[in-house]
Design a protein around this ligand. Structure first.
Ligand SMILES: NC(=O)c1ccc[n+]([C@@H]2O[C@H](COP(=O)([O-])OP(=O)(O)OC[C@H]3O[C@@H](n4cnc5c(N)ncnc54)[C@H](O)[C@@H]3O)[C@@H](O)[C@H]2O)c1
Length: 261
């Protein structure tokens, strides 16, 4: 049990990693506001329904929740099996609008943690492409941008690349103006209800290869402690970072392959 109760918003608290995050903070005595399309499923002190595809719903919610929040965990996400516009709206634009709207409602020393994905691998090579998406600050602009993109490039990867890039661009400004840190956590395949959709959109053999290489898929209990750490005072000088939580599968890929032992 915490000696000092913190005020934490968990977005996407209705299932999977978000539900486990909400339950973790709730069980240790924090005040948790659970936000989701189906928020009532979450263990939390407060529940709010919000469709993250709809900027007006995000604005209305943020206008009603008061201030002095310590942490925003934006965990919600949709897989590549969903319509491309929804993937970009929930995984990138909703995160951006929620984070920007939350910053003035947060205490100095607070923390924003967004869940991205190892599927964002290669984002550093697409900064010029993603810059156009990051200029899109409403749903129509996001849809227009996507209409001009290669339909064969996985939109889920694009959405998570944009989330990481945006978080990195936001981090310094959020710290300087609000005293709030911004980081992302990128899980590898994790045992949650979304995994079947990932097998459908990315290929089951791809995910089976990941599991065979590192021994198992992640569990929510692998991911939540990293979200907690980034949200805690212990990470008080960690800002603008993306932390892979994937058993090490992705690390060798961008450095010329693994060492042979
Ligand atoms: N499970 C994995 O293998 C894995 C791997 C890497 C990254 N991730 C990311 O982790 C995050 C959590 O995923 P999960 O595995 O817990 O999936 P999940 O499907 O169990 O949970 C996702 C939650 O987001 C909510 N959500 C989706 N669209 C919404 C909308 N329009 N408005 C409000 N809420 C909405 C859902 O209702 C659900 O509660 C996502 O961002 C996902 O992309 C998951």
């Amino acid at each position: 049990m915490n000696t000092e109760q913190r005020r934490i918003v968990v977005v996407g608290a209705g299932s999977g990693i978000g539900a486990a995050t909400a339950a973790h903070f709730h069980d240790q005595g924090d005040h948790v506001l659970a936000v989701d399309l189906r928020p009532e499923a979450a263990k939390a002190s407060q529940h709010a329904q919000c469709d993250l595809r709809d900027a007006a719903q995000i604005r209305d919610l943020l206008g009603s929740i008061g201030d002095s929040w310590d942490m925003l965990a934006y965990v919600a996400g949709v897989p590549g099996t969903a319509p491309a516009a929804d993937v970009l709206k929930v995984n990138y634009l909703g995160m951006r609008l929620f984070a920007e709207g939350m910053l003035p409602l947060m205490q100095r020393g607070g923390s924003v943690v967004t869940v991205a994905s190892v599927a964002a691998l290669g984002w550093q090579d697409r900064i010029d492409v993603l810059a156009g998406l990051l200029e899109s600050t409403d749903a129509d602009a996001v849809e227009r941008w996507q209409a001009g993109q290669d339909p064969n490039y996985p939109v889920y990867s694009t959405s998570k690349q944009a989330a990481i890039l945006y978080a990195k661009r936001l981090a310094a400004a959020a710290w300087q103006r609000y005293g709030v840190r911004v980081n992302t956590v990128s899980p590898g395949p994790t045992e949650t209800p979304i995994l079947g959709d990932f097998e459908a959109s990315m290929g089951k053999e791809v995910l089976d290869t990941v599991r065979a290489t590192v021994g198992r898929h992640a569990r929510v209990s692998d991911i939540v402690p990293v979200i907690e750490f980034l949200g805690s005072p212990a990470a008080g000088w960690v800002n603008g970072q993306d932390i892979h939580v994937d058993g090490g599968f992705v690390a060798p890929m961008s450095v010329g392959g693994p060492v042979q032992l």
